[in-house]
Design a protein. Structure first.
Length: 87
């Protein structure tokens, strides 16, 4: 398992559009992808789980990838989050 801590930069947090972008990118990953926020662990491949987590701007998250291609998957998703998820 590999992981990295990040801060969500999107002004509106992970609302529908950025959550959809992240879930779609994660669904292409071969590893299991989760976000740890506070005491919650969220499956990233589900837009509904991401939205239910109510991750706001400025929230520190830990992105975890576990499985085949985990390092490549982590880099891809970290780059996507740091770029603002298309916003």
């Amino acid at each position: 398992m590999v992981s990295q801590k990040l801060v969500v930069k999107n002004e509106s947090g992970l609302h529908a559009r950025p959550a959809g972008v992240l879930a779609q990118a994660a669904s292409k990953c071969s590893s299991n992808v989760t976000i740890v926020v506070g005491d919650k662990t969220v499956q990233v491949k589900s837009i509904l789980n991401l939205m239910a987590a109510a991750i706001k701007c400025g929230t520190e998250i830990e992105l975890r990838c576990d499985g085949e291609n985990e390092e490549e998957d982590l880099k891809t998703l970290v780059d996507l989050i740091e770029s603002g998820l298309g916003e």
